[in-house]
Design a protein around this ligand. Sequence first.
Ligand code: FES
Length: 158
Amino acid sequence: MKKIVTLNVNGLDYETALEPRRTLAEALRYDLGLTGTKIGCKIGDCGACTVLIDGVPSSSCLVLAIEAEGHEIMTIEGVADGNKLHPLQEAFVEVGAIQCGFCTPGMVLTALALLKDNSDPTDAQIRRALSGNLCRCTGYQKIVEAVREAAKRMLRTC
Ligand code: FES
């Protein structure tokens, strides 16, 4: 039996009827139409479904949508400021840290949480933070460079 749930996503409240077994990743994609969140392994290993829940990177495939009620959820759709990309998004594009792009939303959200806690991370800290986000295409070097570049740009604008 479906249950009415209100999910706060990117600052907006979405009321929707869900099966209690619906994961947050499924609800975001199939009920709310926010398809930037990708579904990969479905067991919390790949990081493709990463969203921020109250600012913390979380595998949305492991969270039931009903559990997310009352929390602030951020998806990749909430990262840019209107048409203006976030410095992390700009850096991913400019550095060439994207190939197929499947991992990119999760990478960007994990990196966003990292830079909020640590505005000038070392490469080792970036690699550690992103260790739960798998990329099958890029070899990671460009992703680390993009996060480092974004950190530099964000420090300049502070
Ligand atoms: Fe393809 Fe990372 S760019 S999985």
